[in-house]
Design a protein around this ligand. Structure first.
Ligand SMILES: [Zn+2]
Length: 663
């Protein structure tokens, strides 16, 4: 027997197991194993596939993380065109639809299947020999884009099915409302344009050429049609069959006996649709019997056996009374519209989001305008447009704030020019989050100073910024809720102990925008003192490798803010270390840049990094043309390949020790 045979077997076994766990977790909402066990199995599979790529199976779950970067999408011709569906907007139109069908097929009543109309992006999925082969967008109905790589990242999409015949399945890719809100929050934080609604977010995600980015969007899928070679008698049975094959079929579909029951469902969903975790914009009503569907056929535009009932547009007009500015926890200024209260789909709306000031410009809004307000699936309604024809002339311009409405600091514009931000660390709107970050494990690591305690201390007025942490006294905190003398003493000890953290930790703890842990290390080893860093001009900063102009501007803005200077003064007075204490013992390595990969036998990575910098070397996380040496330990990762391809010298641990003058 081939020696590698057991590995082939194990890869097959893991693939099947993980695909099964995936299905139960994502489609059935019924996890079979703990997350950590799942992660372990997946890691094992990834590892084996790396060693034995020839055994990787086409339905391997490791493909779901994406990775393929395309320059463009190929065009795919649909074998069966994806026709559009006629819309109806009223009870009468639905009754007309039913009457036409009954007249055409000469019958008393028609059985229908009523499904939710998911507000997403229509896709076609092709399976051959039981494997997912091709996925495409609807496009113009006749041809769409090949988005197979992106669709593979949708976790509810089965990569293999127990059905050998060619099968085309159609469905809707969508984004859940909570994922949408989260995505937009991060986009706003990053100064990127938020998506208007979950459908746009799903469509935008499917258009990304880098599938590893799509994998992070957590897209979802429901299927609603299968073009089977041997059709069962009804659409209802098709749905059942698809579900058995492992496809996600929406659980709210219903089979009903007549149009009265259809109307009843329409009414009840109109009232309850907002409680769903995703958006629907109506219901789809299909003739259940497939023979009848065939008989009815299609017009050139759409099939005669199906119709959509669209919920009435949830818009209203009202007056924009004012625009107030909110300051978020990271300092982003968000304009919020204050509206004359108006009912929109059952609730009274008095506020609407405006996202940012560019949005106000785009809409051309003025205070006092009559505006259209729309309530989509989003939690907060939004302004769609202003009715400028009815302006009286008394409307007022909306001014872009130059100062933070909470603390008065001069605001800064994001590099992308969309978001406005308050750069002041003592701004009350941001102070809690900043203190929590300052004390967190990766920063100053003050044990016992977590979210709940920080909240308590800020609310009691004991902390106004993170500089105050070091002037806390025992009698201040001992009487706080749930804090006895022992834990108060421990907290003070932890605070004392944090004064001696390395400079890089302190820089990271300051919470300068864009400056993460890694950049903090670079800055610390370059400047070796907080004072020197604070005096560096933008040009000097931008010239440091891996820093760049965006970070440079942000660092400059931070130290230019007077309130920040005062906080730094508090840290200094409290005796917090603000210089790099470990001066390089020698400059043996003369600033050469090292990257470490794999496991070293004598040092942890941190130890090796410290050793290198003590000899005047620098350590970087990733291999680039600037790298001077790659230090290669046991089980090296992809950095080794990269270093080889860039012809960067690779050295062993022993060779490294020789360079350090140790071997
Ligand atoms: Zn502020």
């Amino acid at each position: 027997m081939d020696k590698t045979e057991p590995f082939r077997e194990r890869i097959k076994e893991l693939t099947e197991l993980i695909n099964r766990y995936n299905h139960y977790y994502y489609v059935e909402n019924q996890p079979l194993v703990s997350d950590s066990e799942y992660d372990q199995l997946l890691a094992e599979l990834m590892d084996l596939e790396k060693q034995y790529p020839q055994f990787r199976l086409p339905d391997s779950p490791t493909q779901r993380v994406g990775g393929e970067i395309l320059s463009e999408f190929k065009t795919v011709r649909h074998q069966v065109p994806m026709l559009s569906i006629d819309n109806t907007y009223s009870e009468q139109e639905l009754r007309d639809f039913d009457r036409r069908i009954r007249e055409l097929i000469r019958t008393q009543t028609v059985e229908y299947v009523v499904e939710l109309k998911i507000d997403g992006v229509a896709v076609s999925l092709i399976y051959e020999n039981g494997l997912f082969q091709l996925g495409a967008t609807r496009g113009d109905g006749w041809q769409g884009d090949d988005i197979t790589a992106n669709l593979r990242t949708v976790k509810t999409l089965p990569l293999s099915i127990k059905h050998r015949e060619r099968l085309e399945v159609r469905g809707e890719v969508y984004m859940r409302k909570d994922d949408f809100e989260r995505l937009n929050r991060t986009r706003i934080e990053k100064g990127e344009e938020p998506f208007a609604n979950p459908r746009n977010a799903a469509a935008g995600s499917l258009k990304l050429l880098d599938s590893s980015l799509v994998a992070k969007r957590n897209l979802q899928l429901f299927v609603y049609a299968g073009l089977l070679k041997s059709q069962p008698a009804t659409h209802w049975e098709v749905l059942h069959f698809l579900k058995q094959l492992g496809f996600p079929v929406n659980p709210h579909g219903r089979m009903v006996k007549n149009i009265e029951e259809v109307l009843h469902l329409c009414q009840s969903w109109e009232k309850t649709k907002d409680s769903l975790p995703y958006n629907i914009d109506g219901l789809v009503i299909k003739v259940n019997c497939l023979k009848t569907q065939e008989l009815l056929g299609a017009t050139s535009k759409s099939p005669r056996w199906v119709v959509a009932f669209k919920f009435p547009a949830e818009q209203a007009t009202t007056i924009l009374e004012d625009v107030i500015i909110q300051v978020g926890r990271t300092g982003v200024l968000t304009p919020v519209a204050k509206l004359k209260p108006v009912p929109v789909s059952g609730t009274i709306v008095s506020r609407a989001t405006l996202h940012n000031f560019d949005e106000i410009m785009r809409l051309g809004l003025k205070i006092g305008d009559r505006v259209f307000v729309e309530k989509g699936g989003e939690v907060i309604p939004k302004i769609v447009k202003a009715v400028i024809q009815v302006r009286s002339g008394a409307e007022k311009e909306i001014l872009v704030p130059r100062n933070c409405p909470v603390c008065g600091s001069q605001v800064v514009k994001d590099e992308k020019g969309v978001a406005l931000r308050c750069p002041n660390v003592t701004c009350p709107a941001q102070v809690k989050e900043r203190i929590i970050h300052f004390a967190s494990r990766g920063a100053m690591d003050i044990e016992g100073l977590g979210e709940s305690r920080v909240t308590l201390l800020v609310d009691r007025g004991l902390l106004k910024d993170y500089g105050d942490i070091y002037s806390l006294r025992l009698h201040d905190i001992v009487n706080l809720e749930k804090m006895g003398e022992k834990s108060a003493r421990n907290l003070l000890l932890a605070i004392q102990g944090s004064k001696k953290r390395p400079l890089s930790r302190l820089i990271f703890a300051l919470g300068i925008r864009h400056v993460g842990a890694h950049s903090s290390e670079i800055l610390a080893s370059h400047f070796r003192s907080l004072e020197r860093l604070s005096q560096a001009d933008e040009e000097t900063l931008a010239a440091i490798p891996e820093i760049g102009p965006v970070m440079a501007a942000s660092i400059r803005a931070f130290f230019a803010n007077q309130a920040n200077v005062q906080v730094l003064e508090k840290l200094h007075k409290a005796g917090v270390t603000t210089i790099e204490e470990t001066q390089p013992e020698s400059n043996l390595l003369g600033g050469k840049i090292f990257v470490i990969t794999g496991t070293l036998s004598r040092y942890t990575r941190e130890e090796a990094a410290r050793l290198l910098s003590s000899r005047g070397g620098r350590v970087s996380e990733s291999v680039s043309r600037k790298t001077d040496y790659l230090v290669c330990g046991e089980n090296p990762g992809s950095k080794l390949e990269k270093a080889r391809s860039l012809k960067i010298p690779v050295i062993t641990e022993e060779e490294l020790e020789k360079m350090l003058g140790k071997g």
